[in-house]
Design a protein around this ligand. Sequence first.
Ligand code: NAI
Length: 287
Amino acid sequence: MTGLHDRVIAVTGAGGGLGRAYARTLAAEGAAVVVNDLGGARDGTGQGSAMADEVVEEIRRAGGRAVANYDSVAEPEGAAAIVETALEEFGAIHGVVSNAGILRDGTFHKMAFENWDAVLKVHLYGGYNVIRAAWPHFRAQSFGRVVVATSTSGLFGNFGQTNYGAAKLGLVGLINSLAEEGAKYNITANAVAPIATTRMTNDVFDAELQQRLSPEYVAPLVAYLCSEDITDSGAVFIAGGGKIRRVVLAQNPAVVFDTPPTVETLASRWEDIRDLSTIERAVLELG
Ligand code: NAI
């Protein structure tokens, strides 16, 4: 039995793609799952398709426990209703996988405010809203598991995704501080940057790559990060196509000035200040 048995986990955006795989894996490991999905299109427009119902049916047919929820994570009331669904149906909430997402790509100079805003609302505010609704329960029971979906687009940058990248790295900032605040309540908060073939990426990867990038390769990591066994917190992982790696921010050893430097002195030390050669060694040692 894994540390997921009888735990109640809400997975947002679980009507398809990665979220569906997360929900199915969690349920197969004995967790009761709230399958949340608004049921909209890839850009967040529309709603109401029966995606969440279908995933719940799949889980129940396989002998697992799941309930559907159709609220939007972008609104605090919707997020509160997701947590309420867990409490009403299963009597508790032990974990949140903040996975719901939309795409509104475009170069920065052409990006309309509404496309910036909509992406921040679903990813960053959506994460905040659902975690905030679950947090008092996590504290009261001295147990909570948070997993957010970040992205290599936020960690490393990607052309045409300033809105998405900002939201996704914002979630890493969120879990870094949640890890600190949750520590004494046995609440962990981690991030996973998935790489998988879904409707979000089906025009990004070529056919050969699509075959290797099944969401099934990412789901066990997300499920494990929701389990009792996990003590890591504030960690970021990249997972896809059979590879799972941890990613860290790094710093160089610092150039020290005993008195405030002039701009000219600083400029004369610039090559040392920007030097990353020693960091490369530090990261390799971790690996
Ligand atoms: P997807 O489009 O299949 O899944 C996203 C789901 O979120 C959809 O089912 C959608 O209906 C739901 N959703 C959208 N807005 C919502 C809202 N306001 N409330 C509730 N549900 C809502 O895409 P995929 O690829 O499965 O993405 C899952 C997560 O993983 C997203 O956060 C995405 O940004 C992230 N991600 C995916 C990558 C990939 O390679 N597929 C790469 C990096 C990050």
